[in-house]
Design a binder for this molecule. Sequence first.
Ligand SMILES: C[S@@+](CC[C@H](N)C(=O)[O-])C[C@H]1O[C@@H](n2cnc3c(N)ncnc32)[C@H](O)[C@@H]1O
Length: 322
Amino acid sequence: MTKKALEQVMEFRRMMSGFWVSRLILTANNFNIFNHLTVPRSALAAAKILKTDGRATEIVLDALTAIGLLRKAAGKYRTSPMAANFLVDDAPYYQGDMVRHADTLWKNWSALDESLKKGKPTRKAENYRVFINAMNNNASLRVRDVVNALDLKGVRSALDLGGGPGTYSREMAGRGVDVTLFDLPDAIAIARKITKNAGARNIRFMAGDFLKNPIGTGYDLVFISQVLHSLSEREILSLLRKSRASLAPGGKIVIQEFSLDNERTSPVQGALFAVNMLVNTDAGRSYTAREIKGWLAKTGFSGVKEKRMNETVLITAGKKKT
Ligand SMILES: C[S@@+](CC[C@H](N)C(=O)[O-])C[C@H]1O[C@@H](n2cnc3c(N)ncnc32)[C@H](O)[C@@H]1O
């Protein structure tokens, strides 16, 4: 075997066993290991607190050390500085809910063989509270950059459609915009709580199903972030028409989605996210910016523009003044 071929096989093997690392992180988060090890502890001391098996705990803590999420010194383990940045409660960019959400997704991904045959999810593990909190973890990483890019000049009122935990709503409201956050009743209950704890104002909450219920009118901006990927093309067209009708003359729509090129094969994250939608939704997938722009033109928007962000793309279009 040539050196190059061997390197390729080893790289492939690392990729193939990627689930080992995933599972290890999901389990560590489920047992709150990163919080418990903010002070150094031996495996045995950790096992007592975690109520786990001593031998198993040592094996798992060693592996977590190997992947850089713990440090080990003099037989004691401690949360690494990297893990302390986002896996410990109250960390500024906390991602623990995202990890918990990934644990739910894991169950549905395990049925990919069946989904490939049937074209639909066959397992429907769901934890809505964890999902909405995870969306807050996720959006907190990019909310400032995205809202900067929205160009809120002249925007007095905005609709955050499918706004989930309200991360974007709070940022826009903080910049003086009257925001209406529309989502399903369960999401609204969580968003209300987070918003109250954050002491944010200027946010009106509207609970309903955006495919069936009225969404209000007279908005200068309709913002639809990370929502289209869970819908079918027919549902998207209907939502875009409804959004257009809800805008004041001269208002604009901004859509945020993960980037995906026209071949749907790059970036890797966009292509993999489509599989995530395959195993978790009836009709969702990742969509390309070209598809979204085409749907906006078809539903009567004009001046369609695209702006690339770090992991996502923002597509803006206007409703003509009448
Ligand atoms: C992936 S989350 C995105 C949340 C937020 N916009 C963000 O970017 O962080 C999708 C949101 O759409 C909401 N949603 C999905 N279908 C809906 C429907 N039929 N009516 C209202 N909201 C819906 C979900 O409850 C969820 O909050």
